[in-house]
Design a binder for this molecule. Structure first.
Ligand code: PLP
Length: 457
């Protein structure tokens, strides 16, 4: 043996730690060289799918070199240390104010917002504000606050199920049906009562990419108020769409321009074009964000209101959001999102023409679309088999059941993001054509592989 007690001279992969297998479920007794630990973690991670071919996720998988540099420089920033990092705190403030303006808040001086770790936290805060507002009004009227309910489509993102479970709110799901794939106000009066804290409208349903018509939902709530006196507000879950609609569908009425919209949330890490770890929520005015939910931290010797579930969380993502706002501006965001929509429309139209598929959506809202296998096309394969075949080529294109009430319908979906170029999209189309050819040539049904992982939206 060489005179090398710590194994520093050993070639890579022949070092202690690498040569003898690392301990996977227990803290190792002894340290190892940073190079060795790096190599082990790095190598484990190469077993992940390639994020650029991950067409399942809505979350950013590409940022430019300057953003990467900023990310590395700011990795140590804790967002909650507002007194110690006042510049980052100021930039956070600018970011949500930029969004408030983009979403047509009536009075820029009378609004409140915050960054969050993602849309999930932002939705929780939006929901909590609705709940607290309802509780305050009920208490003031001497009425019971025992049974709050929240109305939403049965095709909501899982965060809303969590919100109801965690905060003791009864979820009232309006079922999706072939005629009403999204919440559109249809039969809403059957769900609203005096215990309704609000209605969730989703801008960019995760299953299909379709928009819920915020304006139509609001009009229905106007009618309900006229006949019952109940004044029910809307939270717009714009996880994806709130960063697409302002640029690509500027005439759509979905934001604070619709009077009933109380609050809007979005994922900075989806079409805000930042790597995972940032979301945003903004309220119409300070009055609809109950003061009791706001806490105060010290900031430059003064006092800074905070409203968040997390305490510590990365500040780097907030700086990256501001970087994107400066780098891209309205024109840049429009160009990028429109290009993604164009790629989505190209893909959906070619997939629609292939023969075996019916499109459920085309990607003309957010650049997300889904399709089903045509009834009677084949008994030999399913969209799950096509997903498996594409995965063999590196493409991650998930198949999954539609939401409750339509869960016997199997969908397959593509989320187009910046980085899926026309060129790569054409490669994907070639792959789909080739695999459909393979599957259609089967003489007997493929076995049902079973054991599918549940797919969370
Ligand atoms: C992604 C998504 C969420 C959850 O957002 P995260 O940023 O992943 O926490 C909530 N609602 C909708 C509609 C979504 O698309």
């Amino acid at each position: 043996m060489m005179d090398d007690p710590r194994g520093e001279l050993n070639p890579v992969f022949a070092r202690p730690g690498e040569s003898d297998g690392s301990s996977k479920y227990q803290l190792p007794d002894r340290p190892m060289l940073p190079k060795t630990a790096y190599q082990i973690v790095h190598d484990e991670a190469i077993l992940d799918g390639n994020s650029r071919l991950n067409l399942a996720t809505f979350v950013s998988t590409w940022m430019d070199d300057e953003a990467q540099r900023l990310y590395a420089e700011a990795a140590d920033k804790n967002m909650i240390d507002k007194d110690e990092y006042p510049a980052t705190a100021e930039i956070e403030d600018r970011c949500w104010r930029i969004l408030a303006d983009l979403w047509h808040v009536p009075d820029p001086d009378d609004t409140i917002g915050t960054s969050t770790i993602g849309s999930s936290e932002a939705c929780m805060l939006g929901g909590l504000a609705l709940k607290r507002r309802w509780q305050d009004q009920r208490k003031a009227a001497g009425k019971s606050t025992d049974k709050p309910n929240l109305i939403m489509s049965s095709a909501v993102q899982v965060v809303w199920e969590k919100f109801c479970e965690y905060w003791d709110v009864e979820p009232r799901y309006v079922p999706v049906s072939p005629d009403h794939l999204v919440l559109d106000g249809h039969e809403l009066e059957k769900y609203v009562d005096e215990n309704t804290i609000g209605v969730v409208a989703i801008l960019g349903q995760t299953f299909t990419g379709l928009y819920e018509p915020v304006d139509a939902i609001a009009k229905k709530l106007d009618e309900i108020q006229a006949s019952t006196g109940l004044d029910v507000k809307i939270h717009v879950d714009g996880a994806s769409g709130a960063m697409v609609a302002p640029f690509c569908q500027p005439d759509l009425a979905w934001d604070f321009a619709v009077d009933r919209v109380n609050s809007i949330s979005t994922s900075g890490h989806k079409y805000g074009l930042v790597y995972p770890g940032v979301g945003w929520v903004v309220w119409r005015n300070k009055a609809v964000m109950p003061e009791s939910l706001i806490f105060h931290v010290s900031y430059l010797g003064g006092d800074m209101p905070t409203l968040a579930l997390n305490f510590s969380r990365p500040g780097a993502q907030v700086l990256l959001q501001y970087y994107q706002f400066l780098r891209l501006g309205r024109e840049g965001y429009r160009a990028i999102q429109q290009n993604s929509i164009d790629v989505a429309l190209h893909l959906s139209s070619e997939i629609g023409k292939m023969g075996p598929f019916d499109l459920v959506s085309t990607g003309d809202t957010i650049p997300v679309f889904a399709w089903v296998l045509k009834d009677g096309h084949t008994e030999n394969w399913t969209l799950y088999d096509l997903a498996d075949r594409l995965r063999m080529r590196g493409w991650l294109v998930p198949a999954y059941p539609m939401a409750d009430d339509m869960s016997d319908m199997t969908l397959q979906r593509i989320v187009v993001k910046v980085g899926l170029s026309h060129d790569l999209a054409d490669d994907l189309l070639d792959a789909i054509r080739a695999e459909v050819g393979f599957l259609d040539a089967l003489k007997t049904p493929l076995p049902d592989m079973g054991g599918r992982q549940p797919f969370h939206h």
